[in-house]
Ligand binder design. Structure first.
Ligand code: PLP
Length: 378
């Protein structure tokens, strides 16, 4: 059996390596390393796939969030509500711009930001909400949008973990994660569902004015060469990465389905195991399983992780500590027990190996060992 990895980028390269090599080679030959033709072509292809009016590529997912926050025209001290249970980038960019991150708890079942908690956190200073579609499943967007409309707030979706997930509205329409709010952001970090071979990111919007401004500030605020209309940054997607992403976008649906099949097999195997709970799936979103994250009961998460390690099965804790307790964010003045859901999730969650190239034999080996751990210790 092949050694099990959390994400097996080598197995993927073994399958599609020729397409990747050709993509890279064509850029090497053209030497158009910055803003080469593949960047525009990738944006157009992603735009079509996402069903959104504008895609603006940038250097990484953190920059995408940063750029999104920059175009909203917010003032220092304005409040932005986001979840305690996410990757640090989501809150970091809010703080960097002198805005005030207002942290709320997620829903314990879906791990996504709680609409009820958002509602309670809204003040006259609130200007935006940043839901994160965590682990590959959409947050409760219809209710979030309704709340935002009522209070005249921007909605910026952090879709870094959900490229390709579908949100189903009550009226029967479907939109891709990241295209529902005012602006959506994503990351092409290698381990993401659509990952490149380095750093990369993008923004989605249906708003022409936002799109124009985002394009400008991602490139030094320059519209006409050496004329600067906005204060910008240097955040561009490399042409080589764009060429790789063009090749990989063609496989995204197939890769996301393969992940779902792995998740189905995990679900089935763990169905009778009372010591863990499998990821909750909601009716309003498809799940593309960026992570397959279980909750381990009775304080035995770390013990299970060690046991799996001894069997050469990797697993990861996303996320080990609530954001509100990180040293850098002391100044926000949160107390240890302010967000009990996040605090308990951080003690219970464990993400199992998840990627499109997991083989039957590997999945069986993983599930048998998880079940054996609990059986032995009954
Ligand atoms: C990966 C990720 C980011 C940041 O993306 P980078 O490309 O690594 O900067 C932001 N938010 C979430 C939820 C992520 O998972």
């Amino acid at each position: 059996m092949r050694e099990i990895q959390m994400v097996d980028l080598r197995a993927q390269y073994d399958k599609i390596g020729l397409e990747i090599d050709n993509a890279i080679n064509s850029v090497l030959m053209s030497t158009a390393f910055i803003k080469g033709p593949d960047v525009k072509l990738f944006e157009e292809e992603l735009q079509k796939y996402m069903g959104v009016k504008h895609v603006v590529s940038c250097a990484n997912g953190t920059d995408a969030l940063h750029l999104a926050m920059m175009v909203l025209g917010l003032k220092p001290g304005d409040e932005v509500i986001t979840t305690d249970f996410t990757f640090i980038a989501t809150i970091e960019v809010i703080a960097l711009l002198g805005l005030k991150p207002v942290i709320v708890d997620p829903d314990p079942g879906t791990f996504n930001i709680s609409v009820e908690a958002i509602q309670k956190a809204i003040t006259p200073k609130t200007k935006a909400i940043v839901p994160v579609h965590l682990f590959g499943q959409c947050a409760d967007m219809e209710n979030i949008i309704e709340l935002a409309k009522k209070h005249d707030l921007f909605v910026i979706e952090d879709a870094a973990q959900a490229t390709g997930a579908d949100y189903h509205f009550k009226n029967g329409t479907t939109k891709k994660a990241g295209t529902i709010g005012h602006i959506g952001t994503t990351s092409f970090f290698p381990s993401k569902n659509l990952g490149c071979y380095g750093d990369g990111g993008a923004l989605y919007t249906n708003d022409e004015t936002f799109a124009r401004k985002l394009r400008s500030i991602a490139n030094h605020g320059m519209k006409v060469r050496y004329h600067y209309d906005d204060i910008g940054v240097n955040s561009r997607l490399d042409t080589i990465q764009a060429a790789i992403l063009r090749a990989k976008l063609k496989h995204l649906s197939e890769f996301n389905s393969a992940r779902r099949e792995v998740a189905d097999r995990y679900d089935k195997a763990f169905a009778g195991c009372l010591s863990i709970s499998v990821p909750e799936r909601v009716s309003y979103s498809s799940h593309i399983f960026h992570q397959y994250t279980i909750r381990v009961k009775n304080g035995r998460r770390d013990e299970l992780k060690k046991f799996l390690e001894s069997k050469k099965i990797p697993s990861m804790v996303y996320y080990p500590g609530p954001l509100h307790l990180q040293k850098a964010y002391d100044y926000l003045g949160y107390k240890e027990d302010d967000f009990p859901v996040t605090t308990s999730l951080c003690k219970e969650v464990l993400s199992l190996p998840m990627h499109p190239d997991l083989e039957m034999e590997q999945i069986e080996y993983i599930t048998l060992n998880v079940l054996e751990f609990f059986d032995k210790s009954l």
